[in-house]
Design a protein around this ligand. Structure first.
Ligand SMILES: Nc1ncnc2c1ncn2[C@@H]1O[C@H](COP(=O)(O)OP(=O)(O)OP(=O)(O)O)[C@@H](O)[C@H]1O
Ligand SMILES: [Mg+2]
Length: 519
């Protein structure tokens, strides 16, 4: 549970740290922020909620000096200010940890923190900074080793470095854009403790997240945005998950899906005794075996880093299997190319969307036909068929409700959730036999999460075999017909979803084999 973060006294009558007034920001074809008012007081966590594309990141980029507003004012500690760059923001005491980290991987923690820090000695800046890092780590409960190289760190550790970087620069207001989406549940708990310490020290925290339970437990106040506008600000104690969802989406959201009974058909995917190594050359899969039938969802649960990523990569042709076999519709496809697998009907919803799911510089419509451009109707002889492409893209944008100013907009300009919809639209069109979905709802708002879960269930009903990898146990339990738990490259057991309990799954996630487990 996220309940461990107790709330401090209600932060009333204290002066605001930051106040954004009537902020408006327009991008070509979108009004991203429409007269937005938002403020943070010292000692409070103020959460910012809203659907994908609602304008949360844009608003924070304005406060951090990355974008200039078209209209509106920014006030910091009672003074009206101009923030033209992140440097201005930092000088004013505003720090930000981005949705995607911006550390220099080959450097050490101390070097990263020292980078661009005022008042560090020219020689051996890292050594001088290391001492400050140790002090602050201690004070806020942010353990990191200043000498470690950033690439060696887990996502959770990298995030701590980003937070330390902001604190050392004197941040009084800290913006965290979807900080828990890269964390394991345990790491998230640690982060909440840090936020509590920061609150006690009088910092103000802006917390963006799509996870309503988390927001309710960690925030003091919650502001909801929809389509660039503020819908309202509520006290976390006086609201509920249902009310927040309604404010965000403008309608009731179903938190429980109805699922037809499983009617398994022929076996579409069979994995036999699979072995593979990770990027560091260590064995990440050690004899994994399972099968999935058409019309069935097999959920893979487990804490990140236990071989799930390597499994997905082997199944989609992105990583070599060292031993073992993968059969797709009865055909041996072990170590075949991604294109070969995709042509045979294996769809892939990848984990790292921006890096692997899209070509950021290409347009929405080009990204939609990315894996099919070499086949009719999009290509005849050697020529692309613009009209067929346009019609297909138009239909996909409507069916998957992709929010985009036009089909020609570069995909990188879409919000996180809309990039995910684009990938799903591309992968799920054309009736795949097997769908390999890695963390399909990660970073999505409640409405989009509900829609995407329904889309996966529809694939199942239409006869696809679905492999669902997710760290969200609730999601796994809700969607799967059977659940396999991975631990250190092995499957600890496979349980029919109807019989699975949180306790049993938790024990297997910690490495306990299921009695009588078989692949
Ligand atoms: N640099 C840009 N150029 C053009 N349009 C942009 C740019 N940045 C954001 N947008 C658009 O502004 C709108 C708001 O995007 P923003 O990233 O602020 O949403 P968000 O609330 O953070 O969504 P998510 O929850 O998906 O991260 C979206 O329609 C997005 O496509
Ligand atoms: Mg965002």
């Amino acid at each position: 549970m996220v309940g461990s973060a107790q709330k401090g006294p209600a932060p009333t009558a204290r002066p605001t740290l930051v106040s954004l007034r009537h902020i408006t920001k327009r991008f070509p074809g979108v009004l991203a922020n429409d007269q937005v008012d938002f403020e943070v007081r010292p000692g409070e966590v103020h959460a910012l909620l809203g659907e994908n594309g609602a304008g949360k990141t844009t608003l924070m980029n304005i406060l951090y000096g990355l974008y200039r507003p078209d209209a509106g004012e920014i006030w910091v500690k009672g003074k009206k200010v101009e923030i033209r760059s992140p440097r201005d923001a930092i000088t004013l005491g505003v720090g930000m940890v981005h949705q995607h980290f911006k550390l220099v991987l080959p450097h050490t923690v101390a070097e990263n923190v020292a980078l661009g820090l005022k008042g560090t000695p020219f020689f051996a800046p890292a050594r001088a900074v290391a001492q400050r890092i140790r002090e602050l780590s201690e004070r806020y409960g942010l353990p990191v080793d200043p000498e470690r190289r950033v690439w060696e760190l887990s996502a959770g550790e990298q995030q701590r470095v980003e937070i330390l970087k902001a604190l050392i620069r004197g941040a009084e207001v800290l913006i965290l854009d979807e900080p828990t989406s890269v964390l394991t549940p345990q790491e998230a708990q640690e982060l909440f403790k840090v936020l509590l310490r920061m609150k006690e020290e009088g910092h103000g925290i802006i917390f963006i997240s799509h996870k309503l339970d988390e927001v309710l437990s960690v925030a003091d106040r919650i502001t909801v945005m929809r389509r660039g506008k503020v819908v309202g600000t509520v006290s976390a104690r006086e609201t509920s998950k249902e009310e927040l969802a309604r404010m965000m989406v403008g309608r009731e959201v179903v938190f429980r899906l109805t699922k037809a009974a499983c009617k398994p058909g022929e076996e579409a995917l069979l994995v036999q005794d699979l072995y593979a190594r990770n990027d560091r050359g260590l064995l990440a899969l050690k004899g994994v075996s399972f099968g999935i039938c058409r019309g069935e969802i097999l959920g893979i649960a487990g804490i990140a880093g236990n071989g799930q990523r390597e499994l997905v990569e082997v199944l989609t042709g992105l990583r070599r299997a060292e031993r073992g076999k993968v059969l797709l519709l009865g055909r041996d496809v072990t170590n075949r190319s991604p294109r070969f697998l995709s042509d045979l009907g294996c769809a892939h919803v990848p984990e790292e969307r921006i890096r692997m799911g899209i070509v950021p510089g290409l347009s929405v419509e080009e990204n939609l036909i990315l894996k099919k451009h070499h086949r009719p109707p999009f290509c005849r002889w050697l020529f692309l068929e613009p009209r067929a492409i346009r019609a297909f893209a138009q239909r996909a944008v409507e069916e998957y409700a992709i929010m985009t100013p036009s089909l020609r907009t570069p995909a990188k300009l879409l919000s996180g959730g809309n990039i995910q919809r684009l990938i799903l639209a591309r992968e799920l069109s054309g009736r795949p036999a097997v769908v390999v979905a890695a963390h399909p709802t990660y970073g999505l708002d409640v409405g989009a999460t509900e829609q995407i879960r329904q889309l996966l269930l529809r694939q199942r009903e239409e006869g696809a075999a679905v492999l669902l990898v997710s760290e969200d146990l609730e999601e796994i339990m809700e969607l799967s017909d059977r659940i396999a738990v991975m631990f250190r490259g092995e499957i600890m057991g496979i349980v029919p979803a109807g019989e699975a309990t949180l306790e049993e799954l938790g024990l297997m996630m910690a490495g306990e084999k299921r009695v009588g487990a078989k692949g």
